[in-house]
Design a protein around this ligand. Structure first.
Ligand SMILES: Cc1cc2nc3c(=O)[nH]c(=O)nc-3n(C[C@H](O)[C@H](O)[C@H](O)COP(=O)(O)OP(=O)(O)OC[C@H]3O[C@@H](n4cnc5c(N)ncnc54)[C@H](O)[C@@H]3O)c2cc1C
Length: 386
């Protein structure tokens, strides 16, 4: 039984977390052992297998209701699963939980037909999607869109034109959720793979092996019912997108808390065993400083994430709560992984060491789902500033 302060909030859903950890240990760790040491990104077929298997076991998109193919878990349970995935250190574990290729909250606002055709296969882990929101000149300021959707009055279709960038999973998505300006307002469309007007442009290789893509919309024609939420939902992407951000940010926070915990564990183990100047390095206060500061920051971050998740389950989805948690946990994880690597000296810096990979992997966490600065903007606004 853990005596860590955060265990007060971790006690809920213990059985579920235990069975998820057992799945990671028994099924994913052996699969990960066969991955080449220099493969940062597991092969797509393996990620697909992990996603489908996890969905079949009820973990993948756990908080989606059973009628949509999920398990109807409370959001706190989902947060605890993300935490467990990060803490496992298993490179396949993050793919067992819905992320940027999984069910999009935008589709919760879809028509019945869109829910059937697009959302349910995503929840079951049978389909992959991508989100094309960012543009070359609209990143944090995401709704300064230059991608347009213009209605062709002759056919009733929408014609999409523009350039999207830094899109995850664009190379293997069954469909793309495109946010474009229609009648001057941000509007979300589904564009299916194979649309002759949708083309992948430049590939950007991220520092942790994940590729991102430029997506070009070259007069991509879609029917009226490709507007998410149906024809009456033109102009509603801003509202629908905003109300889904809190949960996305909290699961990133939870994954970061787990990764930080894993890194700290590595740091402690190494400090207890490695010797220098006739002593275990963990006996030196400068090394203790790295590890104790990390421990304090992780406990605080976890408590904040879990408290925010509980508030969501209680009906409070305040954007500033998710912003505080995402800011705290992602910045903490970057610092903790850095310190754990420092404690390992050259051993942690060498290619193939888990901390070397995590050092690169965790770096995107302060950028995705809104940068740290944008989280601060949200919190500042909630404080009546700015
Ligand atoms: C791994 C990864 C995956 C991604 N996947 C996707 C995806 O699937 N789909 C998609 O559409 N996009 C995706 N993105 C893009 C991501 O959403 C953007 O990178 C992010 O929104 C930031 O935009 P930007 O990179 O253009 O930075 P900018 O907005 O240009 O920001 C540059 C810097 O200025 C700061 N800044 C900006 N505005 C303010 C302000 N008001 N106050 C203070 N500081 C400010 C930022 O915090 C940042 O430090 C992904 C990015 C990464 C790294």
């Amino acid at each position: 039984m853990s005596t860590h302060p955060s265990s007060v909030l971790e006690a809920d859903h213990r059985e579920l977390v235990d069975s998820f950890e057992s799945f990671i240990r028994k099924e994913l760790v052996p699969l990960a052992a066969d991955l080449p040491e220099d493969a940062d990104l597991p092969p797509a077929e393996l990620r697909d297998y992990v996603r489908r298997r996890s969905a079949a076991l009820g973990f993948y998109a756990g908080d989606y209701p059973e009628e949509l193919g999920g398990s109807g878990m409370p959001f706190t349970a989902v947060v605890l699963l993300h935490h467990a995935a990060g803490r496992s250190g298993c490179p396949l574990a993050p793919y067992a939980l819905a992320g940027s290729d999984g069910p999009s909250p935008l589709l919760r606002h879809g028509t019945e037909e869109q829910i059937e055709r697009y959302l349910k296969p995503l929840v079951r882990g049978e389909a992959v999607r991508c989100l094309a929101l960012t543009e070359p000149h609209a990143g944090s300021d995401a709704f300064q869109l230059t991608t347009t959707a213009v209605r062709d009055t002759a056919t009733g279709e929408w014609v999409l034109k523009g350039r999207k960038t830094f899109v995850s999973n664009a190379d293997r998505a069954d469909f793309t959720l495109v946010v474009a300006s229609a009648e001057g307002e941000p509007t979300a469309f589904v564009v299916e793979a194979g649309n002759p007007g949708l083309r992948i442009g430049q590939r950007y290789d991220g520092m942790s092996g994940e590729p991102l893509y430029e997506l070009l919309l070259e007069d991509a024609r879609v029917p009226d019912d490709a507007v998410i939420g149906g024809p009456d939902a033109v102009g509603s992407a801003l509202g629908n997108g905003m109300d889904s951000l809190s949960r996305g940010r909290l699961v990133v926070a939870a994954m970061c808390d787990g990764i930080a915990e894993y890194a700290l564990k590595q740091g402690i183990a190494y400090a207890r065993e490695r010797r220098a100047f006739g002593e275990r390095i963990g006996a030196y206060q400068h090394v203790q400083e790295h590890l104790v500061t990390s421990r304090a920051e992780i406990e605080a971050a976890k408590l904040l994430t879990l408290a925010c998740a509980r508030l969501v389950d209680g009906g409070t989805e305040a954007p500033e709560n998710a912003a505080l948690a995402k800011l705290t946990s992602s910045e903490t994880a970057v610092r903790v992984v850095d310190r754990a690597l420092q404690v390992h000296g050259a051993t942690g810096w060498v290619r193939g060491h888990p901390l070397e990979f995590l050092y690169r992997y965790v770096r995107s966490m302060t950028i995705i789902e809104g940068t740290s600065e944008i989280q601060k903007v949200i919190v500042a606004r909630s404080m009546g500033l700015g």
